[in-house]
Design a protein around this ligand. Structure first.
Ligand SMILES: [Zn+2]
Length: 415
């Protein structure tokens, strides 16, 4: 039986969202948390964008060191040969790519405005796939942007061309959130059957159905005989109304009625990391988790009305579909209500040592080492504009050489 895998796009779709962004250290922490929760692949950034180069290379180094393992790190580029060439100029060690190009008549006419025919789109894509293989990549996903508004026969033709050029997967992008569970089920099943490649579901929430569509698309793909790769973002953050939320997708796949009897994850997912990853994204993006967010919202396990409170106290299963402990919730949060010392961009060694002393298993070999880590923490603050979380401080203390690369931005010089 084919399986479901998670492919998270927070570090691509999430950070390209209007008004939102993450520092390179925050993007790195995101990859670390995604690895912990069991995400198969992180779309970790934009290899053709100059300011991403050091971050991407530093994360590939973390993968080599075994820190980011077994997660796959994959870059997003346009499906044109120029982007492939530039990718390998800037991030030579990259092993996984997703190549994206628009396939709908709307986009071909409205975006390319007569400069490209449908055949040109296929030719661009296959040339880019060939160029990427020639550079020694290990996997290639081909993204059909606006697939949900693309004529199915053309989408099949596009997918078959990708397959002929040995692409690993086809990404079905419901770029505008136009699908519903009934339509995406049908399309994804047809694509799995007629193209014969694993299909990625990339769903947006413009009509409030991103998670439902992801499940229906995955079901269609598996019924069509192929593995499904659901694209998620943490807290659903993404373009406009957002993407399919990572934690909700995990809950929906594993807890919804009858679904998990046939449709299961292909690797182990640690739901117990859900709370931690959601709270980190909330802090890093500066976007509060809605009170009624599934699993991680403040009200997800709150009961007040008489009948519900009485019922849940007698047996939680009366009014709760799953336990808060399963998501890693339940530990008290310690908040300093008196004096508070934080580490920031103008911190000194005394305040910094105090902060680090409160964190377990941190001790510096020498004053010089402490000073070096403090300097890196200052730079991290310059980029993030807020106190670092404990895991970020630990990361910098453990991997100062990698942190240095993440924090170095050198515009207007060759990479
Ligand atoms: Zn998207």
């Amino acid at each position: 039986m084919p399986k479901i895998y998670l492919l998270d796009v927070t570090n691509r779709d999430g950070v390209q969202t209007a008004k939102l962004g993450l520092s390179k250290l925050e993007k790195t922490m995101t990859n670390i948390y995604l690895n912990e929760i069991g995400v198969f692949q992180s779309e970790f950034g934009f290899p053709t964008t100059k300011h991403e180069s050091r971050y991407l290379k530093a994360n590939l180094e973390l993968a080599e060191m075994g820190v980011l393992k077994p997660i796959r790190l994959e870059g997003w580029i346009r499906a044109i040969v120029d982007d492939v060439e530039l990718t390998f100029e800037r991030v030579p060690g990259i092993k996984h790519l997703n190549l994206s190009i628009s396939t709908s008549d709307q986009m071909i006419e409205g975006k390319f405005q007569g400069r490209k025919t449908k055949q040109d789109i296929i030719n661009d894509m296959t040339s880019a796939v060939d160029a990427a293989w020639a550079r020694g990549v290990e996997s290639i996903g081909v993204n059909a942007e606006d697939a949900s508004r693309t004529d199915l026969d053309y989408l099949v033709e596009f997918g078959l061309a990708a397959k002929e050029h040995k692409a690993t997967r086809l990404r079905y992008c419901d770029t505008l959130g136009y699908d519903n569970p009934f339509t995406i089920y049908k399309t994804n099943k047809a694509l799995a059957e007629r193209v014969g490649l694993p299909i990625e579901q990339h769903c947006h929430g413009d009509l409030g159905m991103a998670v439902a569509n992801s499940l229906a698309g995955a079901k269609g793909t598996i019924d069509g005989g192929q593995d499904a790769y659901i694209n998620t973002t943490i807290n659903g953050i993404g373009e406009r109304a957002g993407n399919a939320d990572l934690v909700t997708v995990i809950l929906a796949v594993t807890k919804s009625k009858e679904f998990a009897e046939r449709y299961q994850f292909g690797n182990k997912i640690k739901l117990s990391k859900a709370w931690k990853i959601a709270k980190f994204a909330e802090y890093a993006f500066g976007v509060p988790i809605p009170i009624n967010q599934p699993g991680v919202g403040a009200n997800a396990f709150a009961h007040e009305s008489g009948i519900h409170a009485d019922g849940v106290l007698k047996d939680p299963e009366n009014y709760e579909l799953y336990g808060f402990e399963e998501l890693g919730r339940g530990d008290p949060i310690k908040v300093d209500t008196g004096r508070e010392i934080t580490a920031g961009e103008y911190s000194g060694i005394s305040g910094f040592s105090h902060v680090m002393g409160k964190i377990r298993d941190i001790s510096f070999e020498s004053k010089a080492e402490a000073n070096e880590v403090l300097e890196l923490v200052r730079y991290a603050n310059v980029l993030a504009h807020k106190p670092l979380v404990e895991d970020e401080l630990l990361f910098i203390a453990r991997y100062p050489q990698v942190a240095k690369k993440l924090l170095t931005l050198t515009p207007l010089v060759k990479p």
